[in-house]
Design a protein around this ligand. Structure first.
Ligand SMILES: Cc1cc2nc3c(=O)[nH]c(=O)nc-3n(C[C@H](O)[C@H](O)[C@H](O)COP(=O)(O)OP(=O)(O)OC[C@H]3O[C@@H](n4cnc5c(N)ncnc54)[C@H](O)[C@@H]3O)c2cc1C
Length: 275
């Protein structure tokens, strides 16, 4: 078995993956730093596979897994995707945004992955392919825990799909770190709201870095639906936010700080999405 391959077609990639023993490489911005002094095992570079590096519209919005953050930030996308684009501009610095991909962010499954809350607020699904066929999972069913996903060893994440129904409204992403740029999130929030007249018709709010996997906030969403836009921020009740969270103490912040910060971030994200 070679220790490196860069397949030029999906079928070639899937056949290799079916043989087992590969570590997939996209931008390498999580894989290499996490590997220590030497990357062990055979590397399958997915950068040559056609069809996973573009953004397409059709039935919903299909973002190829190998699309880098810089391309997402610069793409012309509906206002509902603004939170995703704001997050894209805050994943590391320019070099990381040029190399790091949306698929790598999801497959690495860090609780602090900035791509996850905006995609949860967009009800995103992931498209997984293998020689056995293709399957789609909701993102919340794909992310199982810190560094743990539902991806099988012979599967490749081909795309993230946002259904048409979730491409309505406007969204905002608010990230809290120890400094303004180049920082891992202490907490982050994505909020998407659909407004009709002066009232909120639908709301999707997700919080990251405050639980093993980023979560939606059903109680907050329910309180927002039907609320007048002018009253929306007051409808965000601390207990509703905190009920869904289970933050930990770590080097970046205490659990208590995260719990309090999340409430303020949700209010700011809702206000910004409505602004
Ligand atoms: C300096 C620095 C700053 C960073 N700052 C941030 C930040 O602010 N916010 C943030 O969220 N992240 C940050 N990151 C982490 C990283 O840049 C992102 O998570 C990025 O999106 C990872 O994508 P990648 O293409 O580089 O993944 P890779 O490193 O290539 O892969 C990551 C993991 O996913 C697997 N994988 C990749 N693509 C696929 C696929 N299509 N199918 C199946 N498995 C796949 C790989 O095998 C590997 O296990 C930072 C990293 C660095 C080095």
């Amino acid at each position: 078995m070679p220790d490196f391959a860069r397949p030029q077609s999906m079928i070639e990639a899937l056949r290799l993956l079916a043989e087992g023993g590969w570590r997939m490489l996209a931008g390498g911005t999580d894989l290499y730093p996490g590997a220590g002094p030497q990357l062990a095992g055979a590397v399958l570079d997915i950068g040559g596979i056609p069809g996973i590096s573009g953004i397409e519209t059709g039935e919903g919005l299909r973002i190829g897994a190998a699309v880098p953050w810089a391309a997402i930030a610069e793409a012309e996308l509906p206002m509902a995707c603004r939170a995703l684009q704001q997050a894209a501009r805050q994943v590391g610095g320019w070099q990381v945004q040029a190399a790091g991909t949306i698929g790598g962010n999801l497959c690495n499954a860090s609780p602090a992955a900035d791509g996850v809350p905006p995609l949860l607020a967009l009800a995103a699904e992931v498209e997984l392919v293998s020689v056995r066929g293709m399957r789609r999972l909701p993102l919340q069913g794909f992310l199982l825990g810190p560094r743990l996903t539902a991806l099988q060893p012979d599967e490749l994440l081909a795309a993230v799909v946002i259904p048409d129904a979730a491409l309505r409204g406007r969204s905002a992403f608010v990230k809290l770190g120890a400094r303004s740029h180049l920082v891992i999130s202490i907490a982050m929030v994505a909020a998407r709201v659909v407004v009709e007249g002066a009232r909120i018709q639908a709301a999707a709010i997700a919080v990251g870095s405050c639980s093993p996997v980023a979560v939606r906030l059903p109680a907050v969403e329910a309180a927002l639906v039907g609320a007048a836009v002018k009253d929306a921020v007051n409808m965000v009740v601390a207990a509703d936010v905190q009920a869904a969270l289970s933050p930990i103490d770590d080097v970046r912040a205490t659990a208590e700080y995260r719990r309090a910060a999340a409430v303020e971030l949700v209010r700011r994200a809702v206000a910004e999405a409505l602004a």
